[in-house]
Design a protein around this ligand. Structure first.
Ligand SMILES: Cc1cc2nc3c(=O)[nH]c(=O)nc-3n(C[C@H](O)[C@H](O)[C@H](O)COP(=O)(O)OP(=O)(O)OC[C@H]3O[C@@H](n4cnc5c(N)ncnc54)[C@H](O)[C@@H]3O)c2cc1C
Length: 469
């Protein structure tokens, strides 16, 4: 007899939902988590603080209102780091409480500390204090230990002065930097670059690839780059960082091409590493790859049958949204509860300022697979709601099959993009055509009206095509 039916290691979105799903099935469940990290990276250092910080930046800078009230409009003229972090701390504290309460309400035991395997069914959880540890056995184990920022060994991070930081330390800054170098134009790097640019920081982005966010629609990425440049962001694409000097006054980033960039602060966003080093995986007959990731099958089962792994520790797509479902599905599979696989159609949301979101295929993918399509575009500046909210740059783009009029992709740039995308996702998920949007009445004035305008645009183009046949 085991102490628990399920032991979950890590309380991020994946672990949390695995624990709750198993508890709802009437199983005896425990979750191991470090005492100061309830809710995982998601709640403490990742999704929630970064998105709350973004909201605080947008509000305090009055950024979204400047089209209306002029470029000098501010809610607060001198924005301090305390102003920004107050909101973040409030939201994080609230989320931690909600998660802890949900776990306790569902009778999930919380084991505070760092877990490691003793054998494939036995795990010891050690707290920070000497003697503060417990060893428990479980029939099934879900590993949901997530990732941490990768720190290149040649870079000297200083966690005291916060001159050279990663995306965790950026949440503990003492001041809003005047200038900043962001190394790596991945999603996290570019989200922070755009937030600091909105705050008035002079940002330089260094990226060794020739472009950024190349999985997104190129037109949307061009719009984002235009906006960021307009806010004073400089891009150094195709450039590598050779050295970062940390001086008493700030930093000097030397590029391999010989350029030198002086800045108050450097933020490294150079990928993430799976947190598997403290798990003693060998004792469970498991291994991780060199990026700390654990391999799983389609049911999130590792090579050891009763041990599952979910969330960022298994790699792509490494999103809070997908991690939650992976956790639920792993628990269902372990206990033989019937469940359907996740729908293949998943949205991507990038919370830059302005935000980007898409679902389905891109023009490049459709062209590569020789899929005939037509494009319908709606610009926010032509929507009444666009004028009301002061967004003149936003746009929504529909990609529609010219063969059967099904929706193949939706790409949104601008206010509420990450919410709006779900309308297109639902239509695509149900195999719907563009005619649904043409024949549907939407609330007015809304940004959702962009769907109607883009649908009419694309159907007019398809009609023109047919008229010439
Ligand atoms: C800056 C940033 C912004 C992001 N923004 C978004 C976004 O907008 N949307 C989105 O969907 N995703 C976003 N993500 C990604 C999202 O945060 C992750 O996909 C999600 O948190 C992964 O969940 P997880 O279940 O793998 O666990 P994580 O949230 O990674 O948490 C893992 C937990 O495991 C614990 N743990 C590790 N080892 C042990 C051990 N040995 N014993 C006990 N506990 C252990 C850790 O303490 C940690 O709390 C962002 C990430 C970052 C860093």
């Amino acid at each position: 007899m085991y102490d628990y039916d399920l032991l979950v290691i890590g309380s991020g979105p994946g672990g949390q939902k695995a624990a709750i799903a198993a508890a709802k099935l009437g199983k005896r469940v425990a979750i191991a988590e470090r005492r100061d990290m309830m809710g995982g990276v998601c709640v403490n250092t990742g999704t929630i603080p970064s998105k709350t910080l973004r909201e605080a930046v947008l509000y305090l800078t009055g950024f979204a209102q400047r089209e209306m009230y002029g470029a000098s409009y501010r809610v607060k003229s001198e924005i301090t780091i305390a102003d920004l972090l107050a909101r973040t701390q409030h939201v994080v504290g609230r989320e931690v409480e909600i998660i802890r309460n949900q776990l306790l309400r569902n009778h999930v035991d919380i084991l505070g500390g760092t877990a490691h395997f003793e054998d494939p069914h036995t795990v010891t959880v050690s707290g920070a204090e000497r003697g503060d540890h417990s060893t428990v056995t479980a029939e099934y184990v879900v590993i949901a230990t997530g990732t941490r920022p990768a720190r290149p060994p040649e870079v000297e991070f200083d966690d005291d002065e916060y001159h050279v930081v990663d995306s965790d330390a950026v949440l503990h800054l003492h001041r809003v930097p005047t200038s900043m170098v962001v190394v790596g134009a991945g999603v996290i790097g570019i989200e922070y670059a755009s937030m600091f640019a909105a705050l008035g920081t002079k940002v330089t982005v260094v990226e060794k690839r020739p472009n950024m966010l190349d999985f997104c629609d190129p037109e949307v990425v061009e719009s984002l780059k235009f906006h960021l440049r307009d806010q004073g962001v400089s891009f150094r694409f195709g450039e590598e960082v050779a050295r970062v000097e940390n001086t008493a006054k700030g930093t000097i980033t030397s590029l391999a091409s010989g350029k030198k960039i002086p800045a108050d602060m450097v933020m490294y966003s150079a990928g993430r590493q799976g947190v598997t080093d403290e798990l003693a995986l060998d004792k469970a007959n498991l291994t991780a790859d060199k990026r700390g990731r654990i391999a799983v099958d389609q049911h999130y089962r590792t090579e050891v049958e009763h041990i599952y792994a979910v969330g960022d520790v298994i790699g792509f797509p490494a999103l809070a949204a997908t991690s939650m479902d992976q956790g639920r599905l792993a628990a269902y599979h372990a206990f033989g509860e019937p469940a359907r696989e996740l729908h293949g159609l998943q949205p991507i949301g990038i919370y830059t300022v302005p935000e980007i979101s898409y679902c389905g295929r891109t023009e490049a993918e459709l062209t590569e697979t020789a899929t005939p399509y037509e494009v319908g575009i709606s610009r926010y500046r032509e929507l009444a709601r666009g004028a009301i909210v002061g967004d003149s740059y936003g746009m929504l783009k529909l990609l529609v099959s010219t063969e059967d009029r099904t929706l193949l992709g939706v790409h949104v740039f601008g206010t509420n993009a990450t919410d709006l995308v779900h309308i297109g996702q639902a239509i695509m998920g149900c195999g719907g055509t563009v005619d649904y949007l043409v024949d549907t009445v939407l609330n007015y004035p809304t940004l959702s009206e962009a769907y109607k305008v883009a649908a009419l645009d694309v159907t007019n183009k398809i009609r023109a095509l047919e008229a010439y046949r």
